[in-house]
Design a protein around this ligand. Sequence first.
Ligand code: ADP
Ligand code: ADP
Length: 230
Amino acid sequence: DVLIRMEDVYKYHYTESMQTAALNGIDLEIKHGEFVSIMGPSGSGKSTLLNVIGMIDKMDDGLYQFEDYQINGLSQKDRASIRKGNMGFIFQSFNLIDELTTFENVELPLLYLKISKAERKERVEKALESLEMMHRKDHYPQQLSGGQQQRVAIARAIVVRPKLILADEPTGNLDSKNSEAVMNIIKELHAAGSSIVMVTHSHKDAAYAERTIQLFDGNILENESNLKAI
Ligand code: ADP
Ligand code: ADP
């Protein structure tokens, strides 16, 4: 039951006269319900791979299949529509909108999906309750701690009920206590059936995943089961 299949994927970044192959022939398969972590040194292509999987970045060559969709060749508009209906993002720097309250930040992806006001309220409140953030629904991001901001960002990611959650260093700006809390939330989302792909520098965080992909210079160096490794 394949969620993602990539074959020989290339992605180049251009600066001045330089061309960098950020992804240099990636072959990858991820099944429904899997929890995969991506590790590797700075500059090895982790963020680029996550952004290509999340259809934020367009790949330059190769095949990318997401469920029944052939992503390569789709317009930006079609990619965005598949992304918004199927994926939730969690970032290192939370990426909340400072001018919006907790409630409004979490509601935003549902506005894009044209979901009715009554259902938006129900889904936002349910997401905030599951993250124990209802009591902060009218607060603005700057009035929240880092750990609370990340919980709001996770609520925003899950409110669309995504098939896939993409996390880029989700604990990168958190202390160890909040990091553990956030990883336990991600673990619960996985247990509830979400597929998760997470970029991390932390071996501790990576150990929550079932499988770790090691990137080096835009290539997959290792693809190992964490269960076997333990
Ligand atoms: P990582 O997330 O592992 O640190 P990245 O995916 O950010 O790696 O970057 C992979 C390579 O592509 C690096 O050499 C980086 O400098 C380059 N790169 C990434 N994004 C851009 C960009 N927007 N413009 C130019 N080069 C980029
Ligand atoms: P990370 O710690 O997630 O790897 P980076 O600091 O490598 O983050 O990059 C953050 C973002 O900056 C990347 O997503 C990429 O789009 C952009 N970026 C990275 N390297 C370059 C580069 N050499 N030139 C321009 N933009 C870059």
